[in-house]
Design a protein around this ligand. Structure first.
Ligand SMILES: C[S@@+](CC[C@H](N)C(=O)[O-])C[C@H]1O[C@@H](n2cnc3c(N)ncnc32)[C@H](O)[C@@H]1O
Length: 182
């Protein structure tokens, strides 16, 4: 797995499932959109979570995984910014109705504000199907493994009615796709 080197603590690394190229495109997208809240579905080791927190230190980050996050690694490395709201939740985002209700309530409070929901768990098509309905006008949906795990034709069929794709110059070479709810 790739390693994300902390920007704030060079020499400290957390495993991440995104390439360096993905992260540079992500950084552009994040800086342009500037979300107040980022919800990551699929934390794994937290490499992307740390990347989010370092690129957007003023954003709140909430991340979910079916397996408990190995936070000890973060504490050992002492790289979490204590001043940033960064919450790790354990639960099944596809089956656990309580988690789904919690996510929908958080999104519900973000009307007319900027929120990024990033789908990066074990079954991204299912994730898109469930979570696209929670998003409101202006919210951003990001999907990982676009073109591999996620069939673009099937996903676009689901999203084309209510979402507009966000394009960026290097976008087509990455494993991610981004959309804004219209
Ligand atoms: C591709 S990894 C996430 C990678 C991470 N975002 C990164 O970039 O480093 C997918 C994660 O989704 C989690 N996952 C799989 N099914 C899930 C479910 N139903 N609910 C919540 N998390 C799930 C797995 O435990 C795994 O850690």
């Amino acid at each position: 797995m790739n390693q994300y080197e902390s920007k704030n603590h060079p020499g400290k690394f957390i495993p991440i499932k995104h390439s360096t190229e993905d992260l540079s495109v992500f950084e552009e997208i994040l800086k342009d959109y500037d979300p107040e809240v980022i919800m990551e579905l699929g934390t794994l080791k937290g490499g992307l979570t740390l990347f989010f927190s370092e690129v957007l230190p003023r954003s709140s980050i909430i991340t979910f995984d079916i397996k408990p996050m190995e936070l000890e690694e973060y504490y050992r490395l002492q790289i979490l910014n204590p001043d940033q709201f960064c919450q790790f939740y354990t639960g099944d985002i596809l089956k656990d109705k309580k988690i789904q209700k919690m996510i929908s309530e958080i999104i519900g409070k973000m009307k007319s504000r900027k929120l990024l929901l990033y789908c990066d768990n074990g079954d991204k098509m299912k994730e898109i199907k469930i979570y696209k309905n929670f998003l409101m006008k202006g919210h951003m949906l990001g999907v990982h493994d676009w073109g591999t795990e996620v069939d673009p034709n099937k996903a676009l069929k689901l999203l084309s009615k209510d979402f507009t794709r966000v394009h960026n110059k290097e976008h087509n070479n990455t494993a991610m796709a981004f959309f804004i709810r219209s």
